[in-house]
Design a protein around this ligand. Sequence first.
Ligand code: FUL
Length: 622
Amino acid sequence: MKHTCITAALLGLLLMGCQSSKTQYYEKHLVFPEGATLEQKVDMASRLTPSPQQLQWQQLELTAFLHFGINTFTNKEWGDGQEDPRLFNPTQLDAEQWARTLKEAGFKMVILTAKHHDGFCLWPTATTRHSVASSPWKEGKGDVVKELKEACDKYGLKFGVYLSPWDRNAECYGDSPRYNQLFIQQLTELLTHYGEIHEVWFDGACGEGPNGKKQVYDWDAFYKTIQRLQPNAVMAIMGDDVRWVGNEKGFGRETEWSATALVPGIYQRADSVNQALGLANKSEDLGSRELLARANELFWYPSEVDVSIRPGWFYHPAEDNQVKSLARLVDIYFESVGYNSVLLLNIPPDTRGLIHENDARRLHELGQYIQRTFATDYSLAGNRTFTGREGDSFEIEIQDNVPVNTLMLQEDIEQGQRIEAFTVEASIDGTWLPIAQGTTVGYKRLVRFDNLVADKLRVTIDRSRADFSIARVGLYYAQPIIETTDTEGLNLITPKSCRLGNQPAPQAIDGNSTTAARGEGLVPIVVDLGEPKAITGFCYTPVAEGNTEGTLFRYHLYRSNDGQTWERIVTNGEFSNIKNNPIPQVVALENIPQTRYLKLEPLEEIDGRAQTSVAELGVVAP
Ligand code: FUL
């Protein structure tokens, strides 16, 4: 025993000796020593690196989300947990079609909503009867998780699971220890029965109102369960491996630091530290020097951009013609993957259990476009790497007479993220002309500029936290996109007039969703169609940008033909997920007699404020 200790001590000394001559790196997390100067902090920040799991994950670039579940069959975004499991009955579910479509479009991983907020499980769990086992699909013998995992294995895709902590069905939700145990059991089933899992996605959403159930999650236990059962998996969003970019629109930040002062939400100190630093997922600046000066610790916490190919996350037949255009998806690609983030694009399978033809076609177009754009590197830099210090430049020679418009830069993030600012110039007929400027690079930065034919480009690293190390550069030509299809509107009738409380609210019916009507308090919004008309729904458009105060979350809806006597036609309606995804909310109304007036009565604003706002209120006609 004594002998072993001495040997170990000697080995330790030897190792320390070796390390002292090498650069010291900090994997995933670092704490600044007390009294550290800004210069010391910047230097340490430059040596913060990803864990091997995070590195592998960042290299995936393109990943896909599949929102599928009971909501697919109820046509909702959030189920309330009371749905009859017998509604789940896809007629042609084909997980291989999902995997094949995604693989062919260049995706590297697929994440399935194994359980969404409604609590319905897509695998035959032992924890609840609220699952596929109680559905008519395959006579209760089916397992969507298994079918998709097998399809992913067949097509060489990684596989991840979304397991919603918020559960509106579990009877023990709110009884914290009991629910935590149930959740760990669900996690254990998913992480042990299906082979390798590469990402576990924990959503942060919870719509429980002030009188709702208060569940305190045991994040630490969840985290340890993942580490024990799937050590190669990353834990996303409510996890400390992968950070939510802060919106569901598909756009990352131009200045995107993987090394950030934002404390992941699963740590108990997260709220107090983040508040003191004035930080949230949505903050514009998560890692500047100004922030380092105030921070005590840093995390390697790279961003993931999640966005749906359609307005909603789940499949709704009314959105079949609202699949995002190729131009929009390409912009999303450039402003996620090209902004040092991983793209997580959602494609919701339909009630047949297939990726709808319109989505499949668009995915194919996107895959082809990306493949075509990056197939030919017009730089003569080959696989050269570039290292240097702040202020240094390097040149990239370009093949003769070819137009280029996209520069790719990649830092060697195994040494940390360092570049803070760069300038790109082109040599045209012997003269250097500035063509672009940028800030962070990180794992990948795609810089777009106007088409140009030049002999070479010069990249100057204007500001860097330490010596920079570029692992890869590339120069490409991205074709202009000629739009053929885009969203097709609903049959919306514009009301003749609108009132918000006692005030006329013309902004709500002016067809312009950048203008809004606002009122203090939770005040009803009434629209008048001028005469009774056949209607099949209404559409509440919230303010999407800027001041979102007053956005409605819960409501009652009434109809009337004289504006005096009102019949309530929707009780306790909910604009699910409107806070994170402020898109027009189309609500179908069935078997409504001809109607002249509709009244939307607010019950709850997204943040519980006594305010009401509306960008547009339309009525849907058959
Ligand atoms: C949100 C959820 O509430 C949505 O329904 C969706 O799952 C999205 C990815 O995360 O917060």
